[in-house]
Design a protein around this ligand. Structure first.
Ligand code: CDP
Ligand code: CDP
Length: 222
Protein backbone atom coordinates (compact mmCIF):
# COMPACT_ATOMS: atom_id res chain seq x y z
CA UNK A 1 0.00 0.00 0.00
CA UNK A 2 1.21 3.48 -0.86
CA UNK A 3 1.38 5.86 2.08
CA UNK A 4 1.21 9.56 1.23
CA UNK A 5 3.43 12.08 2.94
CA UNK A 6 3.39 15.86 3.21
CA UNK A 7 6.57 17.54 4.48
CA UNK A 8 6.32 20.99 6.02
CA UNK A 9 9.55 22.74 7.00
CA UNK A 10 10.45 26.24 8.11
CA UNK A 11 11.88 28.33 10.92
CA UNK A 12 10.41 28.89 14.40
CA UNK A 13 7.05 30.63 14.38
CA UNK A 14 6.46 30.31 10.65
CA UNK A 15 3.22 28.48 11.42
CA UNK A 16 4.30 24.89 10.73
CA UNK A 17 2.59 23.06 13.56
CA UNK A 18 -0.68 25.02 13.45
CA UNK A 19 -0.95 24.61 9.69
CA UNK A 20 0.34 21.01 9.58
CA UNK A 21 -2.15 19.87 12.23
CA UNK A 22 -5.06 21.37 10.30
CA UNK A 23 -3.92 20.04 6.94
CA UNK A 24 -3.60 16.56 8.52
CA UNK A 25 -7.12 16.81 9.97
CA UNK A 26 -8.47 17.89 6.61
CA UNK A 27 -6.80 15.04 4.72
CA UNK A 28 -7.39 12.46 7.48
CA UNK A 29 -3.62 11.92 7.80
CA UNK A 30 -1.50 11.45 10.93
CA UNK A 31 0.17 14.64 12.13
CA UNK A 32 3.79 14.16 13.23
CA UNK A 33 5.39 17.05 15.11
CA UNK A 34 9.08 16.16 14.75
CA UNK A 35 10.20 19.24 16.73
CA UNK A 36 8.45 17.90 19.82
CA UNK A 37 10.81 14.91 19.74
CA UNK A 38 13.92 17.14 19.90
CA UNK A 39 12.16 19.16 22.60
CA UNK A 40 11.47 15.98 24.59
CA UNK A 41 15.16 15.03 24.52
CA UNK A 42 16.11 18.54 25.70
CA UNK A 43 13.43 18.46 28.41
CA UNK A 44 14.63 15.12 29.74
CA UNK A 45 18.26 16.27 29.60
CA UNK A 46 17.34 19.36 31.64
CA UNK A 47 15.47 17.15 34.16
CA UNK A 48 18.54 14.99 34.59
CA UNK A 49 20.91 18.00 34.67
CA UNK A 50 22.76 16.35 31.79
CA UNK A 51 25.85 17.86 30.21
CA UNK A 52 24.69 19.31 26.87
CA UNK A 53 28.27 19.15 25.57
CA UNK A 54 28.42 15.42 26.16
CA UNK A 55 26.98 13.87 22.98
CA UNK A 56 27.08 10.33 24.36
CA UNK A 57 25.00 11.31 27.38
CA UNK A 58 22.45 13.21 25.25
CA UNK A 59 22.26 10.34 22.75
CA UNK A 60 21.59 7.87 25.58
CA UNK A 61 18.69 10.03 26.74
CA UNK A 62 17.21 9.98 23.21
CA UNK A 63 17.63 6.19 23.13
CA UNK A 64 15.85 5.67 26.44
CA UNK A 65 12.90 8.01 25.86
CA UNK A 66 9.66 6.30 24.87
CA UNK A 67 7.74 8.09 22.11
CA UNK A 68 4.16 7.11 21.42
CA UNK A 69 1.91 8.89 18.96
CA UNK A 70 -1.87 8.96 19.35
CA UNK A 71 -4.50 11.15 17.72
CA UNK A 72 -3.78 13.99 20.18
CA UNK A 73 -0.03 14.00 19.63
CA UNK A 74 2.98 12.63 21.49
CA UNK A 75 3.03 10.73 24.75
CA UNK A 76 6.54 10.97 26.17
CA UNK A 77 7.31 8.11 28.54
CA UNK A 78 3.54 7.60 28.68
CA UNK A 79 2.71 11.20 29.56
CA UNK A 80 1.34 14.15 27.62
CA UNK A 81 3.71 17.01 28.39
CA UNK A 82 3.01 19.42 25.51
CA UNK A 83 3.08 22.64 27.52
CA UNK A 84 6.30 21.65 29.33
CA UNK A 85 7.93 21.10 25.94
CA UNK A 86 7.02 24.60 24.74
CA UNK A 87 8.93 26.58 27.40
CA UNK A 88 11.51 29.08 26.06
CA UNK A 89 14.30 27.18 27.86
CA UNK A 90 13.36 23.88 26.22
CA UNK A 91 13.14 25.66 22.81
CA UNK A 92 16.73 26.82 23.04
CA UNK A 93 18.11 23.52 24.32
CA UNK A 94 16.14 21.59 21.68
CA UNK A 95 18.19 23.39 19.05
CA UNK A 96 21.37 22.34 20.92
CA UNK A 97 20.49 18.64 21.13
CA UNK A 98 19.42 18.75 17.47
CA UNK A 99 23.08 19.28 16.53
CA UNK A 100 23.99 15.83 17.88
CA UNK A 101 24.27 13.30 15.05
CA UNK A 102 23.39 10.33 17.28
CA UNK A 103 20.18 12.02 18.45
CA UNK A 104 19.19 12.86 14.87
CA UNK A 105 19.75 9.26 13.73
CA UNK A 106 17.51 7.87 16.48
CA UNK A 107 14.71 10.39 15.96
CA UNK A 108 14.81 10.33 12.15
CA UNK A 109 14.53 6.52 12.19
CA UNK A 110 11.38 6.79 14.34
CA UNK A 111 9.93 9.48 12.04
CA UNK A 112 10.59 7.38 8.94
CA UNK A 113 9.06 4.30 10.57
CA UNK A 114 5.82 6.20 11.27
CA UNK A 115 5.72 7.49 7.68
CA UNK A 116 6.23 3.95 6.36
CA UNK A 117 2.99 2.81 8.03
CA UNK A 118 0.72 5.87 7.88
CA UNK A 119 -0.32 8.74 5.63
CA UNK A 120 1.45 11.62 7.34
CA UNK A 121 1.81 15.37 7.51
CA UNK A 122 5.17 15.88 9.21
CA UNK A 123 6.65 19.22 10.17
CA UNK A 124 10.18 20.18 11.18
CA UNK A 125 13.44 21.43 9.71
CA UNK A 126 14.84 18.57 7.63
CA UNK A 127 11.70 16.70 6.60
CA UNK A 128 11.70 17.53 2.86
CA UNK A 129 15.46 17.30 2.49
CA UNK A 130 16.32 14.35 4.69
CA UNK A 131 13.57 12.51 6.58
CA UNK A 132 11.11 12.16 3.66
CA UNK A 133 13.06 13.12 0.52
CA UNK A 134 10.35 11.46 -1.61
CA UNK A 135 7.43 13.21 0.08
CA UNK A 136 4.46 13.69 -2.26
CA UNK A 137 4.19 17.36 -1.26
CA UNK A 138 6.89 19.60 0.21
CA UNK A 139 6.12 22.98 1.69
CA UNK A 140 8.53 25.57 3.09
CA UNK A 141 6.85 28.12 5.36
CA UNK A 142 8.46 31.40 6.24
CA UNK A 143 7.60 34.77 7.83
CA UNK A 144 9.49 37.86 8.95
CA UNK A 145 11.40 37.58 12.24
CA UNK A 146 9.27 40.30 13.81
CA UNK A 147 6.04 38.57 12.89
CA UNK A 148 7.32 35.24 14.20
CA UNK A 149 8.44 36.84 17.46
CA UNK A 150 5.03 38.51 17.90
CA UNK A 151 3.35 35.13 17.44
CA UNK A 152 5.63 33.53 20.03
CA UNK A 153 5.07 36.35 22.52
CA UNK A 154 1.35 35.94 22.08
CA UNK A 155 1.60 32.19 22.66
CA UNK A 156 3.88 32.55 25.68
CA UNK A 157 1.50 35.03 27.30
CA UNK A 158 -1.39 32.65 26.74
CA UNK A 159 0.63 29.91 28.47
CA UNK A 160 1.37 32.17 31.42
CA UNK A 161 5.04 32.92 30.60
CA UNK A 162 6.04 36.55 30.40
CA UNK A 163 8.11 37.81 27.49
CA UNK A 164 9.82 40.75 25.84
CA UNK A 165 9.45 41.16 22.06
CA UNK A 166 13.04 42.31 21.45
CA UNK A 167 14.40 39.42 23.51
CA UNK A 168 12.22 36.88 21.70
CA UNK A 169 13.40 38.30 18.35
CA UNK A 170 17.01 37.79 19.45
CA UNK A 171 16.27 34.23 20.63
CA UNK A 172 14.56 33.40 17.34
CA UNK A 173 17.45 34.84 15.33
CA UNK A 174 19.93 32.84 17.41
CA UNK A 175 17.93 29.64 16.92
CA UNK A 176 17.51 30.32 13.16
CA UNK A 177 21.25 30.82 12.86
CA UNK A 178 22.00 27.64 14.82
CA UNK A 179 19.46 25.58 12.82
CA UNK A 180 20.63 26.97 9.46
CA UNK A 181 24.36 26.63 9.99
CA UNK A 182 24.69 23.30 11.77
CA UNK A 183 26.64 20.62 9.92
CA UNK A 184 24.00 17.90 9.95
CA UNK A 185 20.65 18.46 8.22
CA UNK A 186 20.55 22.26 8.47
CA UNK A 187 17.27 24.09 7.91
CA UNK A 188 17.15 24.71 4.17
CA UNK A 189 14.32 24.88 1.66
CA UNK A 190 14.19 21.71 -0.44
CA UNK A 191 14.66 22.48 -4.13
CA UNK A 192 11.26 20.95 -4.91
CA UNK A 193 9.38 22.61 -2.02
CA UNK A 194 6.68 25.24 -2.49
CA UNK A 195 7.65 28.36 -0.51
CA UNK A 196 4.82 30.19 1.27
CA UNK A 197 5.33 33.45 3.14
CA UNK A 198 2.81 33.46 6.01
CA UNK A 199 3.62 36.98 7.27
CA UNK A 200 0.36 38.72 6.56
CA UNK A 201 -1.84 35.73 5.85
CA UNK A 202 -4.28 33.86 8.03
CA UNK A 203 -3.88 30.24 9.08
CA UNK A 204 -7.00 29.36 7.08
CA UNK A 205 -5.58 30.86 3.86
CA UNK A 206 -2.37 28.85 4.22
CA UNK A 207 -4.22 25.64 5.06
CA UNK A 208 -6.49 26.07 2.03
CA UNK A 209 -3.50 26.66 -0.24
CA UNK A 210 -1.67 23.56 1.01
CA UNK A 211 -4.77 21.35 0.86
CA UNK A 212 -5.29 22.44 -2.75
CA UNK A 213 -1.67 21.55 -3.60
CA UNK A 214 -2.08 18.17 -1.87
CA UNK A 215 -5.32 17.38 -3.68
CA UNK A 216 -3.74 18.24 -7.04
CA UNK A 217 -0.60 16.17 -6.41
CA UNK A 218 -2.32 13.21 -4.78
CA UNK A 219 -5.04 12.87 -7.35
CA UNK A 220 -7.84 14.51 -5.40
CA UNK A 221 -7.44 12.40 -2.26
CA UNK A 222 -9.02 14.09 0.77
O1 CDP B 1 7.94 25.21 16.93
P1 CDP B 1 9.34 25.70 16.62
O2 CDP B 1 9.51 25.95 15.16
O3 CDP B 1 9.77 26.83 17.47
O4 CDP B 1 10.35 24.55 17.01
P2 CDP B 1 10.20 22.99 16.81
O5 CDP B 1 9.73 22.65 15.44
O6 CDP B 1 9.41 22.43 17.95
O7 CDP B 1 11.72 22.52 16.91
C1 CDP B 1 12.52 22.79 18.04
C2 CDP B 1 13.98 22.65 17.61
O8 CDP B 1 14.20 21.29 17.26
C3 CDP B 1 14.37 23.46 16.39
O9 CDP B 1 14.89 24.74 16.71
C4 CDP B 1 15.44 22.60 15.73
O10 CDP B 1 16.72 22.87 16.24
C5 CDP B 1 15.07 21.19 16.15
N1 CDP B 1 14.44 20.42 15.07
C6 CDP B 1 15.27 19.83 14.14
O11 CDP B 1 16.48 19.99 14.19
N2 CDP B 1 14.74 19.03 13.17
C7 CDP B 1 13.43 18.84 13.09
N3 CDP B 1 12.95 18.04 12.14
C8 CDP B 1 12.55 19.47 14.01
C9 CDP B 1 13.10 20.28 14.98
O1 CDP C 1 5.39 25.44 14.45
P1 CDP C 1 5.91 26.84 14.22
O2 CDP C 1 6.90 27.25 15.25
O3 CDP C 1 6.43 27.06 12.84
O4 CDP C 1 4.67 27.84 14.35
P2 CDP C 1 3.29 27.63 15.09
O5 CDP C 1 3.55 27.21 16.49
O6 CDP C 1 2.38 26.78 14.27
O7 CDP C 1 2.69 29.11 15.01
C1 CDP C 1 3.04 30.10 15.92
C2 CDP C 1 1.82 30.95 16.19
O8 CDP C 1 1.54 31.75 15.04
C3 CDP C 1 0.54 30.17 16.50
O9 CDP C 1 -0.08 30.74 17.65
C4 CDP C 1 -0.31 30.36 15.29
O10 CDP C 1 -1.69 30.40 15.57
C5 CDP C 1 0.16 31.70 14.73
N1 CDP C 1 0.03 31.81 13.28
C6 CDP C 1 -0.56 32.93 12.73
O11 CDP C 1 -0.98 33.79 13.48
N2 CDP C 1 -0.70 33.06 11.37
C7 CDP C 1 -0.24 32.13 10.54
N3 CDP C 1 -0.39 32.28 9.22
C8 CDP C 1 0.40 31.00 11.07
C9 CDP C 1 0.54 30.86 12.47
Amino acid sequence: MKYYSVAIDGPAGSGKSTVARRVAEHLGFTYVDSGAMYRAVAWQALNQSADFHNDTEIEQIAKELHFQLDKNGWLINGERIDSLLRSPQVSQYASNVAKTIGVRKILVAKQQEIASKNHVVMDGRDIGNHVLPHADVKIYLTASVEERAKRRLNEQQKRGYDGDLQLIMKEIERRDEQDQTREISPLRQASDAVRIDTTSRSVQQIVDEIVTICCTKMGGEE
